[in-house]
Design a protein around this ligand. Sequence first.
Ligand SMILES: Nc1ncnc2c1ncn2[C@@H]1O[C@H](COP(=O)(O)OP(=O)(O)OP(=O)(O)O)[C@@H](O)[C@H]1O
Ligand SMILES: [Mg+2]
Length: 387
Amino acid sequence: MESEFDVKDIIVIDNGADTVKIGISGEDKPRIIIDSIGGEPKLGVNDEATNQKPQCLFGQQLQQAKIEKKFELEEKFPIQNGKIVDFDAIRDLYTYALEKLLQVNEISSCNLLIIDSPLNPKNYKHKLAEILFDDMKVNSVLFQNSSSLSLFSTGETTGLVVESGHSLTTCIPVFEGFAIPHAFQHSYLAGQKMTEILKEELKIPAGQLDDNVFKDIKERMCYVARDYYVDVNGPTLLSLEEKSYELPDGSILEINNSQRYKPTEIIFNPSIIGDDSMSIPEMMIDTLHRCDVEFQEELYRNIVLCGGSSLFKGFLPRIEKELLNEVTNTINRKDINFVQNTHRGYSAWIGGSMLGSLSTFQNLAITKNEYEENPESKMSIIHKKTF
Ligand SMILES: Nc1ncnc2c1ncn2[C@@H]1O[C@H](COP(=O)(O)OP(=O)(O)OP(=O)(O)O)[C@@H](O)[C@H]1O
Ligand SMILES: [Mg+2]
């Protein structure tokens, strides 16, 4: 990790339910990818008397506390379904990451670009702005949504962004940099639910394996089927090595077809787990139909696949196959183009890194002075400068 930090740098933070990605604008990857799950020390009788809320611990701090076992820890999930639900814990996470990991001298000199889900309303940013300006006293903040930035990371400003992360799968049309709200589609089926399904399929007794092991098995061993029932019931063409996963105790787990394909199938066919959410191809078609015909053509020309769960082998071929089955005659199949970059696991962060290094950041961001100028109009400056 590079240690230099210049106060003129923009710090780009992408809030995710699985990880928060943090780094410096202009760089090609986040410097820090930290688990969003925190641990809050449980108060003892003496601590309760001092009335001090304990700090929520993250990353190395949390690992250390688990090893030392000085106090009991309560697990915290401050980001859920694309939304921050525990702002105190987020303040602790940001403060830890900026001071201890990025080694920023004065948080008050920091300029932040905060990335979150396009589904979050502007009102929701008000609370986050309070944490950033009133508590942490940062210098300036720009809020941006992950879809516009994922698209920007590909060098384009118009396209259809299909993002499947940990807690959310979204399908968002973006026109000249702006996400078009009336056409948004989303579901809560994504990486987190896939890990749960894999856990059920593996039938390993509860408590025997750490959750991170299940997540790792999913990332390494699960694929997206081209045709689910054929792939699950057909012969496995994989070698023994490709089917085998070595558990932490050295024993070997052999993954069968159902375990391999069912977890990812939930985003293509939610009914297999009795869920009535739309599948990704349904979301894409629905979103496209909500847009004007000329705009649809532009969207078809640039379909960007991103988010951690787009990294599964077979993801693009399956979407391509299903979408091509659905498209009407008005669209020429040759005009449909998919973009799947190698950095798609953190493309929103990359887009933020690119935006943060443009001089326009200064005009777009909300400064501490603007925010504090008129206490009554804090909300209006957030509305005016949030996209
Ligand atoms: N190589 C991989 N193959 C398959 N899945 C992966 C891979 N790497 C990460 N994932 C999964 O992607 C998810 C994390 O994706 P991502 O970082 O986009 O989510 P997030 O931003 O933390 O969450 P949110 O859904 O709130 O945006 C996790 O469920 C993780 O297991
Ligand atoms: Mg995300």
